[in-house]
Write a protein that binds this ligand. Structure first.
Ligand SMILES: Cc1cc2nc3c(=O)[nH]c(=O)nc-3n(C[C@H](O)[C@H](O)[C@H](O)COP(=O)(O)O)c2cc1C
Length: 192
């Protein structure tokens, strides 16, 4: 699927950053396990506080035994379009870690920040391979915790839909209007 990408960076950046955006129209095609694992591999190399690597990825591919359960843990709006993704991932982070020189586990200040870095790496690797990702907080977090057996010292951060971008005509009209790369605040607004 070609991308008509209207995004123009104010300062030079690699095109992967502006090429990545979050579609809702997915073809539903099967994602090879090798691709999925390459995405997790990219996430794996993200930096984290004390190299604690607090990220965990719970995944199901479209049509497999866990798919219906994973899809059903999204809010109905997200289910309506994510049902044609190729994979769904719940990103979880471990809230405690072992710091150097400390015997017991201590609370991690940055578990969510670290998991965010990992998801960003996954998303950019997907873009580089011609796949698309869409992050979601429209999730029934309490049910994810219980139904996916997430331990108490882990936080469910978000879900990710992964798939191949399809034509926007796959979507209902209201969503077709939103199916485009979005703009950004200027660097002057975010870097002070
Ligand atoms: C953590 C996170 C949660 C999000 N939650 C949702 C969601 O529940 N439903 C949805 O349709 N989009 C969701 N989005 C998509 C954002 O709206 C989108 O990333 C943002 O508007 C920027 O657009 P872009 O990703 O296309 O550049 C989420 C994105 C992130 C990173």
């Amino acid at each position: 699927m070609t991308t008509e990408n209207p995004r123009i960076a104010d300062h030079p950046v690699d095109k992967v950053f502006t090429d990545r955006w979050s579609p809702r129209a997915f073809t539903g095609e099967e994602i090879p396990q090798s691709v999925l694992f390459t995405l997790f591999e990219a996430a794996r190399w993200a930096p984290s506080s004390y190299n604690s690597q607090p990220w965990r990825f719970l995944y199901a591919t479209n049509g497999n035994a866990h798919w219906d359960k994973f899809l059903g843990l999204l809010i109905p709006f997200n289910q309506s379009w994510a049902k044609t993704a190729s994979a769904l991932v719940y990103v979880v982070s471990e809230t405690t870690m072992v710091a150097p020189g400390v015997d017991a586990r201590v609370p991690s200040h940055s578990h969510s920040f670290d998991a965010g870095a990992a998801w960003a790496s996954l998303a950019l690797q997907a873009t580089l391979l011609g796949w698309a990702t869409h992050g979601m907080v429209g999730v029934d977090f309490d049910r994810v915790k219980t139904e996916l057996n997430v331990p108490d010292d882990h936080r469910v951060e978000a879900a990710i839909a992964i798939g191949k971008r399809g034509p926007k005509t796959l979507l209902p009209e209201a969503l077709q209007a939103r199916e485009a790369p979005s703009p950004r605040k200027s660097v002057a607004e975010i870097a002070l």
